[in-house]
Design a protein around this ligand. Structure first.
Ligand code: CA2
Length: 149
């Protein structure tokens, strides 16, 4: 059974409480519970973590080396700014699927750039909670060598 970490970044703890027009009404707890449940249905052992702090996210990526088989990462706004997070992903050599609730390419230009994308297996955005489920399916296929690449 492969082990996958769902890692959520800054402000995602506020999901479901504000800006429902952008991020929907799904709470972070619902995201985490859905991922654990869907993971179990496709034989993935899913754990989850959220932090508002860049260094804590980097530590979580480092800690995943040797304990997890892959990561589903929504790095929030750090996606667009953090070379440190990008370097952490490169250093652990674990497959990362990038996910965003919103379609970052249809939003402000500063959200179009993703440092995570350059070191991720792939990116899923614009599908809300479903994106996390799709990311787990994609990571599962990748781990079983059924991915496209
Ligand atoms: O669409 C996504 O998943 C994002 O990663 C969300 C980030 C944003 O900075 C990225 O560009 C795209 C923001 C997360 C903030 O989440 C909130 C949720 C509810 C209320 C306020 C913020």
């Amino acid at each position: 059974m492969h082990k996958v970490l769902i890692l959520n970044g800054p402000n995602l703890n506020l999901l479901g409480t504000r800006q429902p027009e952008v991020y929907g009404r799904t709470t972070l707890k619902m995201v985490e519970e859905t991922c654990v449940k869907h993971g179990a249905s496709i034989e993935l052992e899913v754990s989850h973590q959220q932090s508002n702090h860049e260094g804590v996210l980097i530590d979580a990526i480092h800690a995943a080396k040797g304990t997890q088989d892959g990561i589903v990462l929504n790095a929030g706004a750090y996606t667009h700014t953090s070379i440190a997070l990008m370097d952490a992903i490169s250093s652990v050599e674990l497959p990362v699927v990038e996910v965003h609730l919103s379609n970052i390419h249809a939003r402000e230009p500063f959200r179009h750039k993703s440092y995570v994308a350059s070191v991720a297996v792939g990116q899923i955005c614009g599908f809300g909670l479903l994106g996390y489920v799709m990311a787990l399916d994609a990571l599962s296929a990748h781990l079983k060598n059924e991915g496209a690449a």
